[in-house]
Design a protein around this ligand. Structure first.
Ligand code: NAX
Length: 366
């Protein structure tokens, strides 16, 4: 006898006609995100100039005939796009153009993510879980959260899972094991070239990774390889990570909603509550445990001086980014974020309540 289907959940995706967006949608449609008994309503959000690409993507999804796709709605207005969403993947962002300074890129994206934060606050399900993929994702997550006064800052996260997965894939090949057997890898800090890969607490079948991996290779080759892997992929094939980014977005949301193994960590960009001395209020990648739809930052790990120094550098970079977008951070939410306490870092319970089911399989909204 087949298992009964659950009620559909609403998943909003911005930048849905882009490279990562399309790869993500095919994984969600195939059931990689929440399993074979969880139907989904896909609320796809794009810029008006990309509406034809979005229509094409929706037609392809229809042609995939995924049994789990209950319905698809297309939006160029984020108010309707985020309406009642239980999960939101914020992928669409302004790409860096020639001659653009990092400060200009931050500012342009800050405007996008402050608007999206407000729209999610006003229109999404109150228990929505948000993953920011669009770069600079840590600072964009902070901006969206600062613009969502009615939601808990723990509902906004940034993606460092790709860096975590890159560590697992490359290390596993190096030492000749399956990536699934590597436990407790960590990525600290910003999703940028300052991120800090850490294997000090990791193991493979109980054996410390520091015993399996040569320290000189780790520090001189591996760390930089992970930090620059995105650039290496662009240089090699002419476009940024697509399949691995989509896979990591699925893994991130899956860990968050369904939990991590008791003997493993996930790396997630989450609001700092001061753990490990990191300034409160910035979105920083920490090792987390997830359970019952909540995450908690792993506490009490010893950090060697080399790691501490690198972690300080990535924190400084995020503080500089915050400085550059100060004008888009409302005063109203400043105290709540900058005094953020671990006591609140439990997130919200997931609700799977479903309110409006679309009559049509694909419908468009202005
Ligand atoms: P694409 O250029 O293929 O797609 C982006 C899509 O977003 C476009 O279709 C565009 O029309 C849309 N878009 C732009 N602004 C929007 C807005 N305000 N609302 C709705 N849609 C909007 O880029 P893609 O390769 O998919 O990358 C998307 C983002 O992911 C980029 O910012 C990229 O830097 C970032 N990445 C983040 C990663 C991470 O680990 N956090 C890794 C992969 C990737 O580099």
């Amino acid at each position: 006898m087949s298992r009964p289907m659950k009620r559909p959940v609403r998943i909003a995706v911005t930048g849905a006609a882009g490279n990562i967006g399309k790869a993500l949608l095919s994984q969600i449609g195939a059931g990689s995100l929440f399993g074979p008994d969880q139907p989904v309503i896909l609320q796809l959000i794009e810029l008006p100039q990309a509406i034809d690409q979005l229509r094409g993507a929706a037609m392809e999804l229809e042609d995939c005939a995924f049994p789990l796709v209950h319905s698809i709605t297309l939006h160029t207005d984020s108010a309707t796009g985020f309406a009642d969403a239980h999960y939101a993947f914020l992928i669409g962002a302004m790409p860096r153009k020639q001659g653009m300074e990092r400060a200009d890129l931050l500012q342009a994206n800050a405007e996008i993510f402050s608007l999206q934060g407000r729209m999610i606050n006003d229109h999404a399900n109150p228990d929505v879980r948000v993953l920011v993929v669009g770069n600079p994702c840590n600072t964009n997550a902070m901006i969206a959260s600062r613009n969502a006064p009615d939601l808990c800052p723990t509902q906004f996260t940034a993606m460092s899972r790709l860096d975590h997965n890159r560590m697992a894939g490359i290390l596993a090949n190096r030492i000749g094991y399956n990536p699934a057997n590597l436990r407790k890898l960590i990525v600290w800090g910003n999703h940028s070239a300052t991120m800090v890969p850490d294997i000090d607490h990791g193991n493979c079948f109980g054996q410390p990774l520091t015993e399996l991996v040569d320290d000189k290779w780790f520090k001189d080759v591996f760390v930089e390889k992970i930090q620059k892997r995105g650039a290496e992929i662009i240089q090699t094939c002419g476009h940024s990570s697509t399949l691995s980014a989509a896979r990591s977005a699925v893994d991130h949301m899956n860990s968050w909603a369904n939990g991590t193994r008791a003997d493993d960590y996930a790396s997630m960009g989450v609001i700092s509550d001061g753990s490990y001395g990191i300034t409160k209020g910035i979105h920083f990648s920490f090792p987390v445990h997830c359970n019952y739809g909540r995450y908690q930052i792993v506490q009490g790990l010893q950090l060697n001086p080399w790691l501490q120094d690198m972690i300080k550098r990535t924190e400084d970079e995020l503080l500089k980014e915050r400085e550059l977008v100060q004008d888009l951070l409302p005063k109203e939410t400043e105290a709540r974020h900058n005094n953020f306490s671990r006591d609140y870092s439990n997130g919200r319970e997931q609700t799977s309540g479903e309110h409006f089911l679309s009559a049509q399989k694909i419908s468009e909204h202005e």
